[in-house]
Ligand binder design. Structure first.
Ligand code: HEC
Length: 249
């Protein structure tokens, strides 16, 4: 039974890998968690443009406030756009069922996405929306084809079309990671110019990487406490045992 399960899992691995990374990730993001201003901008963007649909269920507003030195009043008055309070975790405003109904898929929690997918993936995802008539949302995405997520940042980015998907496999155009960069053409401008939009996407990516990190720290310190507790408990149990049996022998 166990063996069949392992074999099945093993056989499914390439499928999972294809599902996860079938598309190449064209853009590179240089994560910089030391850039507080970028993290603050990213937090603001997240609250304004993402928290409606996506939760960060292991992260509290207050923690962000503390880590990123955003005063709690600013957080409470300007950045908590859900029904949450400063000590709450960040829950999307939309119910999972409604979202699944509307988008065909519930927007996943994003706390650990940067750790699962990587910063480059998120950055490329945010840059990678392009017009596609065949999709219900009117857009598609180069790193997640047929994504259920609408182009929520289009007011900032504008709309672009994808020109030659296969082009530039090895050429690159001198900047960034180079290979296989898709060629986009902006057909409708947004509020930001392309460089500003890339900077905004970088801030958001930075923020999501940060969000995944403190969770790791919490886990480590919790693990340590658990081990200390177990050691103390073992010692105590041992002492008790000796105490109980002392008169018997
Ligand atoms: C209107 C609802 C909505 C908003 C607003 C929204 N998203 Fe999404 N997002 C989705 C849905 C639905 C999916 C699932 C896509 C799929 O699996 O096809 C998704 C998927 C994602 C994923 C992929 C997660 C994974 O690992 O599969 C990322 C990353 C993401 N969104 C980031 C963002 C960011 C950053 C913002 C804010 C700029 C944002 N989203 C705003 C609906 C939304």
């Amino acid at each position: 039974m166990m063996r069949q399960l392992f074999i099945a899992l093993f056989l499914m691995m390439p499928l999972a890998a294809m599902a996860a990374g079938g598309e190449s990730v064209p853009f590179h993001h240089e994560t910089n968690l030391g850039n507080q201003a970028s993290l603050q901008r990213g937090a603001k963007m997240f609250m304004n443009y993402c928290s409606g649909c996506h939760s960060l269920q292991y992260m509290r507003y207050q923690r962000i406030s503390e880590d990123l030195e955003i005063p709690e009043e600013v957080m409470e008055n300007n950045l908590i756009l859900t029904r949450g309070k400063i000590h709450d975790t960040i829950q999307g405003t939309m119910s999972k069922e409604k979202a699944a109904e509307w988008f065909g898929k519930a927007p996943p929690d994003l706390t650990l996405t940067a750790r699962e997918r990587g910063a480059d993936w998120i950055y490329s995802f945010l840059l990678g929306f392009y017009l596609d008539d065949s999709r219900p949302s009117g857009v598609n995405n180069v790193v997640m084809s047929n994504t259920a997520m609408p182009a929520v940042l289009a007011p900032l980015q504008g709309f672009q079309v994808l020109k030659h998907e296969e082009e530039g496999e090895s050429e690159g155009d001198g900047h960034g990671g180079g290979h296989g960069e898709p060629q986009f053409e902006l057909v409708q401008e947004g509020q930001l110019n392309p460089a500003e939009y890339r900077a905004a996407a970088a801030d958001l990516t930075n923020f999501l990487v940060y969000v995944g990190e403190p969770v790791k720290l919490v886990r480590y310190s919790l693990g340590f406490k658990v081990i200390v507790f177990l050691l103390l408990f073992t010692a105590l149990a041992y002492m008790l045992k000796k105490e109980f049996w002392r008169d018997v022998h």
